[in-house]
Design a protein around this ligand. Structure first.
Ligand SMILES: [Zn+2]
Length: 367
């Protein structure tokens, strides 16, 4: 089925209508308000198959149809925001040995070791799902719209990988309606900023790809314009070389004007191909992910760095954490003075090689 029609059927379902698959299309019953909104009858048969739509009374609805465009506009304007809580785990927390093995596996520590130091306590980890419609303008004639989405862990500010997103989407939801606890509001605000940066960076990358595709057209248009003005200037120059002094002066002035016109035209062409993008956020889901906070010591010899990691049953792993010093996702590294990661800890000081007398080269046995 056409994704546009799929979207519209979901829209109808969400607005109190009924949709029923039939042999040659989908039977749709619309509540009066929705029927009026789309200027459609209360009951109709729809399809995205043009062959089926040739039959009497079946409406062809495919991407680009005004009815779908209106539903998309209403959805984008209304936005899609809400709080979703995952069901709390029924099982007790995993045992300390298991938690310790898994934390050591997931977070290797250079020059150090992680020891679990106490019992896990319940915790709720906030994950934001942020969706936006991005409009890329590559040139005056080329414009694209695409959907971008990112999932950000509010506490670490790190984006979730595809596997983790899939696990969260499959995880069972709590039955009760959820509200965002006040204690997580500040973290949610910071996470929205993280999400914006992630989306903006993705949009920038995409824009560069799209404008690289338009670079050929840009180059060709510039070359054509240059060739045209060069021709005009060459012919003016030929006429000036053999003209009467009064006439030559006029022709020189004309050439100066043409050069200015050329500069203006080239600037216009560059502006025409000036790519830009606009991010229009329309989705914000706050996902409450229950887990277990595990207290640990990150140790280097006698030096201890107390810390915690959050075990999330929905992911069957710990929540990813950035370096406590610089926020990077590089492996941790414990020095004698601070806990960081291999990216921000000062590297080992190379041993100085003592300067000694140069040994005479021994003669190779085969020489
Ligand atoms: Zn670091």
């Amino acid at each position: 089925m056409d994704p546009g029609l799929q979207f519209w059927l979901r829209y109808v379902d969400d607005h109190g209508g009924l949709t029923e698959p039939a042999t040659d299309g989908t039977l749709v019953v619309l509540p009066p308000a929705v029927a009026a909104e789309f200027d459609l009858p209360d009951e109709l048969m729809v399809t995205s198959d043009p062959d089926v739509a040739r039959e009497d009374g079946t409406v062809l609805l495919t991407t680009g149809h005004p009815v779908l465009v209106r539903a998309a506009d209403t959805t984008l304007t209304g936005g899609d925001a809400g709080v979703v809580a995952l069901a709390a785990p029924n099982a007790p927390a995993p045992g300390a040995d298991y938690l310790q093995d898994r934390v050591r596996e997931q977070f290797p520590v250079d020059h150090g070791r992680i020891d679990v130091t106490g019992l896990p306590t319940r915790v709720t980890r906030l994950v934001l799902r942020v969706g936006a419609l991005v409009t890329y303008t590559v040139s005056d004639e080329e414009c694209y719209q695409e959907r971008l989405e990112c999932w950000v862990d509010a506490l670490s500010g790190l984006s979730l990988g595809d596997d983790d997103v899939a696990r969260l989407q499959r995880a069972p939801r709590a039955i009760n309606t959820a509200t965002l606890p006040a204690s997580l509001l500040a973290a949610a605000g910071t996470a929205v900023e993280h999400a914006h940066r992630v989306l903006d960076a993705a949009a920038n990358r995409r824009r560069r790809t799209l404008s690289a595709q338009a670079a050929d057209a840009h180059g060709q248009e510039r070359t054509r314009a240059r060739a045209y003005y060069d021709d005009v200037l060459r012919s003016l120059e030929c006429r000036r070389a053999t003209a009467h002094p009064d006439r030559a002066e006029l022709l020189a002035a004309r050439a100066a004007t043409i050069r200015e016109e050329r500069a203006r035209r080239l600037l216009e062409i560059d502006e025409k191909y000036q790519a830009r993008h606009d991010i229009r956020p329309f989705r914000l889901h706050a996902l409450l992910v229950p887990g277990w906070r595990v207290p640990v010591d990150i140790r280097r010899g006698a030096r201890r760095y107390p810390s915690t990691f959050d075990w999330l049953p929905a992911l069957a792993s710990y929540a990813n954490e950035g370096c406590p010093h610089c926020g990077a996702t590089a492996p941790l590294s414990a020095s004698k003075t601070r806990l960081g990661c291999i990216a921000c800890q000062p590297g080992p000081v190379p041993h100085a090689v003592p300067a000694g007398p140069v040994q005479p080269a021994t003669r190779a046995p085969w020489a």
